[in-house]
Design a protein around this ligand. Structure first.
Ligand code: NI
Length: 223
């Protein structure tokens, strides 16, 4: 399932992050790619261990901590510190799969990449191309979101970033290990949680909502 989470960052926060990214020095994106991926990857990345990457990544993690839709959709157990990339001048990232396990730089921590996330930072009208194209059961889906919006998609998907032929595309990306590994089960829980939340408001359905919430939590424990 692909999940679009709107307004993860405020416009002010996006602007502030873009200013800092614009002034920083960038490394070659191939440094964090596996053997197969490095052959199709052409972008720039903020070095994983740079103080700026830590600082901006923490801003994103703090907002995600309070984002109910993210928590409901991802059921996060561990989150890889967000990284930042930049595409310009025809740069692209060809079809690839993300590694199943991601070490966290500077720690002994390893995160299973159940979910991949891309948080768009550049306004879509400021660049051409740069769509994140994700293959799923229904074919290809092309994703290009407003600045501050994020897409969550299964870490198992084959995906690519289309060439950026005008302007510059800045984004943050990271991975989540979920408490529920299976995408189908996680999607079911997300949908059920949404129904429980909406039902909870009406007094007449209170008892049913409580029962349904019980089913949600029992499934979560089970899975
Ligand atoms: Ni990828």
């Amino acid at each position: 399932m692909l999940i679009h989470i709107r307004n993860v960052l405020t416009p002010e926060s996006v602007k502030d992050i873009l200013v800092q990214l614009g002034q920083s020095s960038w490394g070659d994106g191939r440094e964090t790619a596996g053997y197969l991926s490095s052959r199709v990857k052409d972008n720039s990345q903020l070095p994983e261990t740079s103080p700026l990457s830590h600082k901006l990544g923490n801003i994103i993690l703090d907002t995600l901590d309070r984002n109910q839709q993210f928590i409901s959709a991802a059921l996060p157990l561990k989150v890889v510190p967000p990284l930042f990339n930049r595409y310009a001048g025809g740069q692209a990232y060809g079809s690839h799969v993300d590694g199943g396990v991601r070490p966290v730089a500077g720690t002994s921590l390893r995160v299973r990449t159940d979910l991949s996330a891309t948080l768009f930072l550049s306004a879509p009208e400021s660049y051409d191309g740069g769509e994140l194209v994700i293959e799923d059961d229904f074919g290809e889906r092309s994703v290009k979101l407003p600045a501050g919006d994020m897409v969550l998609y299964p870490g198992t998907s084959i995906h690519r970033v289309a060439p950026v032929t005008r302007g510059t595309r800045f984004a943050s990306f990271f991975w989540v290990q979920s408490m529920v590994r299976d995408d189908a089960r996680r999607s079911l829980l997300y949908e059920l949680d949404g129904v429980v939340q909406r039902l909870g408001g009406a007094e007449s359905t209170h008892q049913e909502a409580v029962r349904l919430a019980g089913i949600y939590h029992n499934l979560l424990r089970f899975w």
